[in-house]
Design a protein around this ligand. Structure first.
Ligand SMILES: NC(=O)C1=CN([C@@H]2O[C@H](COP(=O)(O)OP(=O)(O)OC[C@H]3O[C@@H](n4cnc5c(N)ncnc54)[C@H](OP(=O)(O)O)[C@@H]3O)[C@@H](O)[C@H]2O)C=CC1
Ligand SMILES: CC(=O)[C@H](N)C(=O)O
Length: 255
């Protein structure tokens, strides 16, 4: 990874932060995105101090097409040649039934998880094609393999991430570029706090009795895919905690 440039969306927390730490520890230079600039600044300090890595912060909301375009087209020459794009920014709000949910919240989820990913992909992949080098790693989910109660819109967005990953892989088949869809099961991050609209107690109960994956666990898999030999394209990985069997079946101790 030395001298590689890795671009991570949603790098201020959870899986994105785990990826930032893992790739920095392996010598990559990082472009880190999220909306919360203060948190990003602390992460930049941590990574520069601990790994002596180069870090560029690009705070923007992936839903804001103009902001994304402005940030990406104004990258200086030394940061333009992105080698690995990790499309990770994503969220869900609520666990409502499809006929009862909030349309405005669904706009946020769809605009972030699908359209945000597409905007960044559309802007960065042409340069990769031109350079004949690049890897796009999308963070999908086990939720994209099938719907579960209260998850229909989120599951639909992750099914879309699978379709977009498959489609991009098809479109790039005559190039050296690779496309990977990483599909985690239960990961203990800030994701559930957002899902339960800031209710930390509800988020903690969701992980009670099970040793969930951490953002760092998922980052190891992302790194595995990114560091495979150039002729090896890891198309998809489904990873779960040992006591999770499907998106709806887990074993929880003493619960
Ligand atoms: N946790 C889990 O169980 C699983 C999560 N996933 C997926 O993993 C990805 C990361 O989630 P996870 O780490 O768990 O959750 P976190 O909530 O911990 O992290 C989400 C990250 O996305 C950023 N983000 C959210 N909205 C935007 C936006 N509009 N523009 C830019 N950045 C944004 C957040 O930063 P900020 O708020 O500062 O913008 C944060 O850095 C998501 O795509 C999620 O769907 C997949 C399977 C399982
Ligand atoms: C957040 C996720 O994607 C997780 N796999 C879930 O569906 O709860």
């Amino acid at each position: 990874m030395k001298d590689r440039i890795v671009f991570i969306t949603g790098a201020s927390s959870g899986i994105g932060l785990g990826c930032a730490r893992k790739f920095a520890s392996q010598g990559a230079s990082l472009i880190l995105n999220a909306r919360n600039v203060t948190v990003l600044e602390d992460i930049k300090k941590e990574l520069e101090t601990k790994y002596a890595t180069r870090v560029l912060l690009l705070p923007f909301d992936v839903r804001n097409r103009d902001e994304v375009a402005k940030a990406l087209t104004s990258l200086s020459q030394e940061w333009q040649a992105v080698d690995v794009l990790i499309n990770n920014a994503g969220l869900v709000i609520g666990l409502d039934k499809e006929h009862q949910g909030n349309l405005d919240e669904w706009d946020v989820v769809i605009d972030t998880n699908i359209k945000g990913l597409l905007t960044v992909t559309r802007l960065l992949v042409p340069g990769m094609v031109e350079r004949g080098r690049g890897h796009i790693i999308n963070i999908g989910s086990i939720a994209g393999d099938g719907a579960y109660p209260g998850g229909s819109v989120y599951c639909a967005t992750k099914a879309a991430v699978k379709a977009l990953s498959d489609g991009l892989r098809i479109d790039l088949v005559d190039t050296p570029l690779r496309v990977t869809n990483i599909k985690p099961g239960m990961v203990e991050t800030n994701f559930s706090v957002v899902r339960f609209r800031g209710d930390k107690g509800a988020a903690d109960r969701f992980y009670q009795g099970i040793h969930a994956l951490s953002g760092d666990d998922v980052a190891e898999t992302v790194y595995y895919a990114a560091s495979a030999p150039e002729h090896v394209q890891i198309a998809e990985v489904l990873l779960m905690p040992t006591n999770q069997a499907t998106s709806t079946l887990s074993y929880r101790k003493n619960v």
